[in-house]
Design a protein around this ligand. Structure first.
Ligand SMILES: [Zn+2]
Length: 162
């Protein structure tokens, strides 16, 4: 039996997600992340990756990237969460998704998309609704930058509303 099934997501309301079909232990390999292996040059030349679909692009090594935006890559449906329970792992040109904590049956499987913080971060709002959600899809190490901005923005808005 597969460890996951695809259904409508609670995080991405317009899309689907992967859900645990049983209790799963930490460190379990769930699914391979597959796609087209392309050269860095192809990535640079392709308009597709001009910030519209970086979600599916993985850096494999200094020569190759993996374009996971293909219909046969079920793992592309995994949503980002600021409190993710899975993570991407890789070796050579292979990528897969492994649990990083024990997961209960019925939980949505989530990863940290690992986006860096740059001026375009507002393009990718996060709706994971976890306690530590910073509001945008940005990798854990960079979230403090957003939290800082966030708290400033929040105060400002509050003042305006009164
Ligand atoms: Zn979040």
């Amino acid at each position: 039996m597969k460890l996951y099934r695809v259904k409508k997501s609670n995080i991405d309301r317009k899309g689907r997600g992967l859900y645990a079909t049983q209790d799963i232990k930490e460190g379990t390999r769930i699914i391979d992340y597959v796609g087209k292996i392309i050269t860095k040059k192809q990535t640079e030349d392709s308009e597709k990756f001009d910030n519209s679909k970086p979600i599916y692009l993985f850096n494999l090594n200094n020569r190759y990237d993996l374009d996971g935006d293909v219909s046969w890559n079920t793992a592309r449906l995994i949503n980002h969460s600021c409190l993710n329970n899975c993570d991407y792992e890789g070796q050579g040109l292979k990528l897969w998704v492994t649990t990083i904590k024990d997961i209960k049956k019925g939980e949505e499987l989530t990863c940290d998309y690992g986006f860096g913080f740059d001026k375009d971060f507002r393009q990718f709002p996060c709706k994971c609704e976890s306690k530590n959600c910073c509001g945008y899809i940005v990798r854990a190490e960079s979230r403090w930058r957003i939290n800082k901005r966030f708290s400033l923005g929040f105060k400002k808005n509050n003042r305006l509303n009164r």
